[in-house]
Design a protein around this ligand. Structure first.
Ligand code: MN
Ligand code: MN
Length: 261
């Protein structure tokens, strides 16, 4: 009885297409659908692991929204539970990580994404979904940051990552994952566009050449560090194909919850 499932229906920090605000409710419906089993791959019944939920609405003002996200994560951590958050766009991860830092100190992070999300600012917004890991690094929320699946890093983002000691790996560099850097306390952030669009078409910024669902599951099952929280972001149901991506997100929820149990 350890995991609280949170929904953050926010997509106003997206640079291109809206839609991810619709995602939490859809992922939740696939998760608890009779079309799939409630068990993680290692056999844990996630109905017993996820025993609390918070899908309340968020304020429309971006600053107030971030404050409320941090507050809700803090409430979960104070109750000695583990937050598993469903976005929303990737901007939600920065306020989550601030609360995680306040509770645990800097955490090691596995970040799966096609994009490094380390722009200093994007289209004038320092809190854009293209910026959360820049803000979290500046605010000392992160110990080691390992990014996997990256295939769109600008020179400026590569330089930012190098300055902060970030390990940035492409989807073809699974064998280079430094698992020793991912000791606990560990946090996992999964942007669904880190997967190949063949597996996860329902995203706003599809980048071919990504990870397979199987590869992501294999990485998760290899991690040894104690997982203190996780998020799954950037599902855009308006771009999805017959719930394909939502169902992948549901499987990832089960595995992440299983790891946290
Ligand atoms: Mn992305
Ligand atoms: Mn992202």
């Amino acid at each position: 009885m350890t995991v609280t499932l949170l929904g953050f229906p926010w997509d106003a920090s997206s640079s291109y297409a809206r839609g991810p605000a619709l995602a939490p409710a859809i992922i939740r419906s696939t998760l608890f659908s009779d079309a799939s089993s409630p068990f993680s791959l290692s056999g844990k019944d996630i109905r017993e692991v996820i025993s609390d939920e918070d899908f309340s609405a968020l304020p429309a003002d971006p600053k107030k929204c971030r404050e409320q996200i941090s507050q809700r994560i803090e409430d979960v951590l104070r109750a000695k539970r583990k937050p598993l958050s469903l976005g929303g766009d990737h901007s939600v991860t920065y306020p989550i990580l601030r609360a995680v830092r306040d509770h645990h100190g800097p955490v090691n992070i596995l970040h799966i994404d096609a994009h490094p999300d380390m722009y200093e600012e994007f289209e004038g917004d320092r809190y854009s979904h293209a910026c959360p890991f820049a803000r979290a690094l500046e605010d000392k929320c992160i110990g080691n940051l390992v990014q996997l699946g990256i295939r769109s890093a600008s020179p400026a983002q590569r330089a930012f990552g190098a300055r902060h000691g970030v390990t940035m790996l492409g989807a073809d560099e699974m064998d280079k994952i430094p698992y020793d850097q991912l000791a606990g306390p560990l946090y996992i952030s999964i942007d669904l566009d880190g997967l190949d669009p063949a597996f996860a078409p329902g995203v706003s910024h599809p980048e071919p050449g990504g990870l397979s669902t199987r590869e992501v599951l294999s990485v998760l099952s290899t991690l040894k560090g104690s997982l203190v929280g996780a998020d799954i972001v950037e599902l855009n149901p308006e771009r999805d194909n017959n719930l394909t991506t939502a169902i992948v997100a549901g499987r990832l929820v089960k595995e992440l919850a299983g790891l946290m149990a």
